[in-house]
Design a protein around this ligand. Structure first.
Ligand SMILES: [Zn+2]
Length: 234
């Protein structure tokens, strides 16, 4: 089998695509990478045989990494070594005679079926769309985006950014007019400039602003992103 086929099969099976299929193991080689290390994952992707685990992930106390097939578990010492930071962690007591399923070599992609906890932040989805495509593809893309948004959980928060010659950050939830904030694609902006342009406040000012709101003074910012339910109506 060709090497490329191996990676394509892996992608079909897991929905994972990496910017590099081989990762350098030396710092100087890592610094030479022209494209950063990245991994694209498709949430909510339909899978033929999803592996569902009915318990929370086991987390490394050093780096918060999750126990996975690339970590080294050791039943003799009842511990596992994190593959990210190499810290040794204790296995939970109920795994002292059996390895967690997430260390299985076939479990490169698992889903955790966890109890719903109240007061958790709703899922946030930011759609970033390249508009430098022909009209036919734009129409197809629009339809795909609408389908994607309609399949999101109802309490999702959605944001939308499009980029071509310029970058547009769209204000959602404004029923009276289509509003977006435009940034020149040929110009570099500082975080401060972007925050000012979008009326997004730093955390200190935001806290101050919340106090002002409580005192009856109108606040600024908060237009993006927007609750999905609002966009469904648009
Ligand atoms: Zn770690």
């Amino acid at each position: 089998m060709q090497t490329s086929q191996v990676f394509e099969d892996f992608e079909d099976k897991t929905g994972l695509r990496f910017s590099w299929n081989l990762i350098p193991n030396k710092q100087n080689e890592l610094l030479k990478l022209s494209v950063p290390l990245a991994c694209l994952y498709q949430p909510l992707r339909t899978m033929d045989q999803p592996i569902l685990l009915n318990e929370p992930p086991i987390v490394c106390r050093g780096c918060q990494g999750i126990l996975n097939p690339y970590c080294q578990p050791d039943l003799n010492t009842q511990s596992w070594t994190c593959c990210f930071c190499f810290m040794r962690n204790a296995l939970p007591p109920h795994y002292h005679h059996q390895l967690p399923f997430s260390t299985n070599q076939d479990c490169v992609n698992v889903e955790y079926n966890l109890p719903i906890v109240s007061n958790v932040t709703p899922p946030i989805y930011i759609f970033v769309v390249d508009t430098c495509i022909d009209k036919e593809n734009i129409e197809s893309l629009t339809s795909t985006l609408q389908n994607s948004i309609s399949s999101l959980p109802p309490d999702s928060i959605v944001g939308f950014i499009s980029f071509g010659k310029n970058v547009n950050i769209h204000e959602l939830g404004n029923f009276e007019m289509d509003t977006s904030y435009v940034f020149n694609g040929a110009k570099e902006y500082t975080v401060d400039q972007i925050e000012k342009h979008l009326n997004i406040l730093s955390s200190d000012l935001r806290n101050n602003n919340n106090n002002n709101k409580q005192n009856g003074i109108n606040g600024v910012g908060g237009e993006f992103p927007e609750l999905k339910g609002v966009q469904d109506q648009q």
